[in-house]
Design a binder for this molecule. Structure first.
Ligand code: ADP
Ligand code: MG
Length: 710
């Protein structure tokens, strides 16, 4: 089906046109909606059990199902013959099956043996523990088998092959076969059976890429790409399907980034905040620090100071591992802003962090005669009013605070530079509110080191500065994986450390992103530890549902050493700084991404004592253990993010998921060629049709993302 209503070459008559228009309207606007959004129940005729599992995978409608793309493929399109088999190859054979027998192997497994014959000869086939095969196969039946060839006693065998009866169109053999991400109870085979008959629905997907892009980039139409991505005719059509769907992802991401960037600059013309002076100004500040900046810090600061001179508001991301020293770079930039006659603001996600920065900044800035204040939700009304008044009068130079900072009622006298710490905790919308405060320059900071290529893809709307070097003399944190069998020993050892005066963090497992369950598990864990494991010590509890005042108290107690063990959910991990805490215990470690585990680990190793990180895990499967082992081996956040990117994809990198960016299912971050094409086309279209008047379908697609934006 095609929805081409332009009437190529004017061949279509008016009546035809009206008719097609109607059809278009019916098909696209309604049928698409009806069909693609149709519940899977009728379409699949499957059990509730399977539906629940699909639901878990995020598949609720036919449209979702068709966009559940294969993970990889097996090429079973080329047939072998019995006479040409080689040991250990995966062979696909077409022929008949006969002489089925059942027996027991020497290890007590149930064995099914059969003889398979094609035009070139016969071979023995073996299956283990699949008695139902006896009922399925009748001697003489035509089948296609695909499986590994093993030699036994000098003769080739086909071991546990996948099989499929000959039918009009093969689904599991005799072609390039899709392999899906499996969960328990949903196999690739099941997926293939179910998706194949749904493929025709692909025609109800609405093409949203402009025609000229499809043509100049030689991309497959959307419906065709979706069909080919599941059941490709050949390797070339698979390549083209991947290209098309990958292009889409990158194109949308680039468009969103460019639109955001444009929006950021919109209306700023009359608000030129020029932060410029001789470099001696920031040099003076830096010379007064008790340490020398690292090369990466100097470079980043230079990039920032170059940027804030320009007549457009800066939008820059400063990335660096935990402890790489981002704060001081931001402080130097703020110092410059104040010396140029502006106010500065530092916004952080939690009150705990705000207070830490406040104490730190007071020490840094007061000797320079710069006035620093704090504004957080838990201040008394009167204090808040007082502070906000002083902000608007310009009596405060640098204000530190939480979200409270960007409330409507706050009016800056002359905000020149805003810094947002842990930017992924804030949404794009919150960032845009800043514009109301006179278009300040904006420096975002993120302690999630992600590879530059990924950062440029995901944060294409921001310029990037990387601190990829640690200050000298940082200790390595000894990291150990602790299986259940070693748990008791580990507890004993930790107890000894606490007796010697050290303190401990305990992070509770991530529970299906449910705050409620997570809090509950943290409460239980703290009770358990207090009762059964560390009865002689004080245990504290920290989670997102505590009142700010209580959080404050717990942090204070931990800081002052009144609490020895701090149990916490995974949501409050940022920015706590207690140098006497030297042990980080993480429960259910296999559930976290490497970069998030690395974040947790960064909480310790801040004092003069050797620090340790224990990864408690019940996972025995090879992959999980190997993943955790990379934490034992690597201490560089960029490296770990790279590994996460390879094993689990960009969505697993801590902080990326929350960033309101579409998932990358198909595109590869490393495909810089495709990336450039997408970027160029995105720039083109924004230039030629900035409001998408000519491209309503594309606009609709984009609007969805802007609506979902955090
Ligand atoms: P993060 O990047 O995680 O925000 P911080 O800015 O909090 O890191 O810095 C961590 C610690 O390192 C702070 O105590 C800071 O004073 C110190 N620090 C920062 N830069 C340097 C440096 N160049 N040399 C030595 N110590 C530094
Ligand atoms: Mg920090």
């Amino acid at each position: 089906m095609s929805y081409d209503i332009d009437g190529d070459n004017g061949k279509i008559s008016l009546r035809n046109y009206v008719f097609q228009r109607l059809l278009y309207f019916l098909c696209v606007k309604h049928v698409q909606h009806l069909f693609l959004n149709k519940n899977l129940v009728q379409a699949l005729r499957t059990t509730k059990n399977h539906l629940a599992k699909l639901d878990y995978l995020g598949v609720k409608t036919i449209g979702d199902f068709l966009q559940f793309y294969p993970r990889t493929y097996l090429d079973r399109s080329v047939f072998n013959t019995v006479s040409n088999l080689m040991a250990n190859e995966i062979a696909t054979l077409k022929g008949t099956i006969s002489s089925l027998t059942q027996s027991k192997s020497q290890f007590g497994k149930m064995l099914i043996q059969a003889l398979f014959t094609d035009s070139t000869g016969s071979i023995e086939v073996i299956w283990f523990n699949q008695p139902y095969l006896l009922r399925m196969f009748r001697p003489g039946m035509e089948v296609i088998l695909s499986g590994p060839v093993k030699y036994r006693m000098g003769r080739p065998n086909l071991v546990s092959p996948e099989f499929e009866f000959l039918r009009d169109e093969q689904v599991h053999t005799a072609r390039i076969i899709p392999v899906y991400h499996e969960t328990e109870g949903i196999s690739s085979k099941w997926m293939r059976e179910k998706i194949k008959p749904l493929l025709e629905y692909a025609d109800y997907f609405q093409e949203y890429l402009p025609r000229q892009i499809l043509e100049s980039e030689r991309l497959l139409p959307l419906n065709e790409a979706i069909k080919q991505i599941h059941f490709p005719e050949n390797m070339e059509s698979l390549r083209r399907a991947r290209e098309r769907l990958g292009f889409d992802e990158l194109f949308i991401i680039q468009l969103l980034a460019l639109i955001r960037k444009k929006k950021w600059h919109e209306g700023a013309e009359n608000f030129y905040k020029k932060i410029e002076h001789e470099s001696e100004v920031s040099d003076y500040f830096i010379r007064n620090l008790p340490f020398e900046l690292t090369g990466a810090q100097k470079r980043s600061l230079f990039e920032i100071l170059e940027d804030v001179k320009k007549p457009v508001p800066m939008l820059r991301l400063l990335q660096g591992d935990v402890g790489s020293g981002k704060t001081i770079v931001a402080a130097a930039a703020l110092y410059s802003a104040v010396k140029a006659g502006y106010q500065g603001a530092l916004m952080v996600p939690t009150e705990v962090l705000a207070r830490q920065h406040f104490d730190n900044f007071k020490k840094l800035f007061e000797p320079h005669g710069i006035r620093v204040e704090i504004l957080v939700g838990s201040l008394k009304e009167k204090e808040k009013r007082n502070v906000s008044e002083n902000i608007s009068l310009g009596l405060i130079d640098i204000i530190i605070g939480t979200h409270a900072l960007i409330q409507e009622y706050i009016g800056f006298k002359n905000l020149g530079l805003a810094v947002i710490d842990e930017q992924h905790r804030f949404g794009v919308k919150q960032r845009d509110i800043l514009k109301k405060h006179g278009f300040p320059h904006l420096l975002n900071m993120s302690a999630t080191p992600i590879p530059r290529s990924l950062a440029m893809t995901l944060y294409g709307d921001q310029d990037l500065s990387l601190i990829d070097e640690m200050p000298p003399g940082r200790q390595k944190i000894m990291t150990r994986i602790v299986p259940d069998s070693k748990r008791r020993d580990a507890y004993g050892w930790i107890q000894e450390q606490i007796r010697q005066g050290r303190q401990v963090y305990v992070i509770c497992p991530l529970i299906d992103e449910s705050d409620f369950l997570e809090v509950k598990s943290a409460i239980q864990e703290s009770e358990y530890l207090a009762r059964d494991v560390f009865p002689e010590f004080k245990i504290g509890l920290m989670h997102g549902k505590l009142r700010p005042r209580d959080k404050e108290q717990v942090m204070k107690d931990f800081n002052e050493g009144n609490i020895q063990v701090l149990v916490s959910t995974s949501v409050v991990e940022v920015g706590i700084d207690v140098s006497n805490a030297t042990i980080m215990m993480i429960e259910g470690a296999e559930r976290f991404g490497l970069s998030q585990l690395h974040q947790f680990r960064g909480r310790v190793g801040r004092g003069q004592h050797q620090s340790y990180c224990f990864l408690f895990t019940k996972a025995y499967n090879q992959d999980s253990v190997m993943r955790l082992e990379s934490l034992v081996k690597h201490h560089d956040g960029f490296k770990l993010a790279e590994i996460d990117l390879q094993i689990r994809g960009p969505g697993e990198i801590y902080g990326v998921r929350q960033s309101g960016i579409p998932d990358l299912k198909m595109a590869s971050i490393s495909d810089s060629g495709l990336m450039k094409r997408a970027r160029t086309q995105a720039e083109n279209i924004l230039f030629t049709d900035p409001n998408f008047m000519q491209h309503p379908e594309l606009l609709k697609k984009l609007e969805k993302y802007f609506m979902d934006e955090p």
